[in-house]
Structures are given as C-alpha cells and as structure tokens.
Design a protein around this ligand. Sequence first.
Ligand code: ADP
Length: 460
Amino acid sequence: MFNRIQNSILFSYIVVLISCFIVASLFIHKTYFSYALNDLKDDAGLFIDESTKEAVINKDIDFLGKIIRKQGEDYSIGIFDSQGALLAGSEDMNLKSQGFEQPEFKIAHSKGYGYAIRPGKDKVKTIYVAIPIIENGSWIGFVRISTPIFYIEKTIYQLRNYVIFIFIFSIPISFLISVFLARSISHPLIEMTKIAKKISSGDLNSHVSIKRRKDEIGILVNTFNEMVDKLRAIHDERKTLFDNISHELMTPITTIRGSVETIYEGRVKDKRVIKECFELIKKESDYLEGLIEELQFISQVDGLSVKYDFKPLKIAEVILDVEDTISIKAREKNINIHNDFIEECPYVKGDYRTLRKVFINLLDNAVKYSSEGREIFVSMRRMDRFLKVIIEDQGIGIDPRHKEKIFERFYRIENDVVSSKGIGLGLSIVKEILNAHGTCIEIDSQPDKGSKFTIAFPIV
Ligand code: ADP
C-alpha cells in the first residue's frame, strides 16, 4: 500500500513534468519565433524613410542598391515597386520580379505585414518577411527581408535542450521528493496500523509517536491518539464500574440473604428481631434501587437520552420534597437539617425530576459524610438575576486536592472517619444535571470543618 503512495506521487510528478515540458517547448517556440519575426519586421522597417520612398517613386535603382549594400550580410533584402517588380536587392537574392505571387506579399496586403517559410537559395529553409511602403495612404512598394530560418531554429533548439536537461535532471529529484513525501505520509500510517492492531488485540497502552507536525497527518495522528486515550478511559471506567458495582452489590445482598435465611429457617421467634430483619431488607433494597437508578441515569446520559422537562418551579418545593426522604436517614444519625429559605421563593426554570436527584445526592452526602449529632444548613440567597442555593454541613470535609476530582465519575475518597456506601457516581450526576440546566456547582470545603456546596440558578 505504501509503495503505491510513493508510485502515485512519482507518477503525478512525472505527469506534471512532462506537461510542463510540452507547454514550455511550445511556449519557447511561439515566443522566440514571434520575437525573431518582430526583429525582422523592425529591420525591414528601418529601410523605409522619405529618401527610400522617393527613390521607389522615381525608381532610382542606384540609390536603392546603395542603401541595401550598406546593410552588410545579416540578411537578404529586396525592394519592390507597387507592381511587384524588384527595384533593388542583395546580391544573393533571386533578382527577378516577384509579381506579388509569394504568400508573404499576399498576407502583407491584407495584414500590413506578411511572412512565409520556404526553401530559398541553395534550397535552404528561409523565412521571408514583407512590409509595405506607404506614401499618402497608397502602397507604393514593398520591402522584403529574408534570412535562413536555421538561425532562429538553432536558438529554439538550444532553449528546448535546456528544458530537456532540466526535465531529465528533475526526474531523480522528483524520485527523491516522492520517496521523502511517501515516507512522511506512510510512516505515521504504518505506526497507526500497528497501534490499531494492538488495540484490537486489547492493548490500550500504546500511542502513535511521531515528530510533532501541524499538517493533516499531524491532526490525524493527534485525533487517533485522543481516540486511544478515550478508549482507554472508557475501558478503565468500565473496569471501575464493574469493580465498584460488584463490591457495592455484595454487602446489601449478603445482608438481605442473611435476613431472609434467618426469617425463613424460623430460628428466630422474637417478633422484634424479625421486624428488624425486614427493615434491613427494606433498607438494603432501597439502597440497591438507588444504585440501579444512578446506573440507569448514567447510561441515559451516555446515550444522550435523558429527558428534561424544563418548567418554572420553586426550588424550595424540590428541597422540601427531598428533605422528607432524607430526614429518616438524618434522624438515625441524630442530624438536624435547618432551612433558611427566601420568603417569596423566586421561580427558576428546571426539571423537577432531575433537580430532585441533585438535592437527594447533595443532602444524602451531607448526612453520609457527617458524624452523629452534626447540623446541616440549607439556605437561599437572591443575587441579581440568580438564586443561590447553599448546602452546608459540618462533616469530614474534603481535602483541596480532591475538590475538582470528586465530580468525576467513580471518584471516591476513601476515609476511615466515616464508613460510607457509594460508587462515586452521585456528584458526577449532579454535575451533568446542572450542566443541562445551564449552571454549575461550587464547592468550599476544609478537612474536618465541613463542606459548602453552592448552586446559582438563573431566575426566570
Ligand atoms: P459517593 O458518595 O457514592 O462516593 P459522590 O460522587 O457522591 O460518590 O461523592 C464523591 C466523593 O466526594 C465521596 O466519595 C466523598 O469522599 C466526597 N464527598 C461528597 N460529598 C461530600 C461531603 N458533603 N462531605 C465530605 N465529602 C464528600
């Protein structure tokens, strides 16, 4: 495949070179020929002045012969009268009357000048250029100049030889350039093919490493590497997901199985213990349900199929609804939730169902990461066109180095102060939902001093 790239480049170069060669040859021929023709025309024109005209009118052959002889031997000259009779001419010229039969005269009659190429003296290929002598608007004669075309053709052949030389010299250079170009294209492609093969066999740790370049190949390589990074991230995420889920499922399932076995085998008769077993089963089932909901939501986010129904709503109502659910958990830890809402809570545009998830996660974390007997404060502030909602706890706090990362999927801070359940999806879901609402969440936290999460909703 890669030799084909090189062959295609080389082939294109040679086609371009041949085309250039043909065009250059034609151009040289046309340009140099018209240049030489103009020269001959100008030289012929030099003979036409007042004295020549007078001599032609008076058929002063001696005078005309003199001026012709003065010209040396660069070319042959003939001066004809208006009937085509030769009045004077160079020695080597055919000194008989031309009678305007020759094509150069015929063309000169219609075009103002004419030329023709044909065998001349000694059968040598000669160019003849004729221009009229005009006096008071009437043609009184012609000057014809001629020279072997060999001189013109010699220069044209020389110039063409230069072009041929350049053409031949360009072929090895084109070959080298095509090899270089083909390599510079094929090398990254070969690398990418190797890496793609590794990836398809499950190795996601390789990168295409080529010299930095800003052209399309460079962009392709960067995009390819980004794709490999993304694949690796997805692969790692999937692994973490399986690890976390299997770990998180194990505890509730063991608890449920233990409770069911206890009740089923009838070993325990005490109604209070049996009730506790049922409560445990309910609690763990609720937890599993929450876990599954989180996973379903994440899968909807990835499939871009989360449905938002944005309507004007009062955030206070969403929070009070969530607190109803969380308060049971909070009470178990003797934690109080204090509300400091605005009296006339302004409307914000939001989706009730997903905003409920946001506050469930934030308040659930506030309870989860606080020790017994601590307080939680939920407050609202109106600032310009924004409604700020602040959830503050007196829990274990978050070390600054984790602050950004806790919003990433599956990021959890393992700590020995509070043992907590979770797979590290809650805050990433919060972030996704708030993004969809056109806002974000800020965190202010100190280890052992508690955490403060602030969200600013645009007021409608
Ligand atoms: P999960 O709670 O399932 O671990 P989250 O995404 O909700 O996942 O939280 C990620 C991490 O952020 C948690 O593991 C925890 O360490 C930290 N965190 C979240 N909220 C709080 C909080 N209010 N106080 C202290 N740490 C918190």
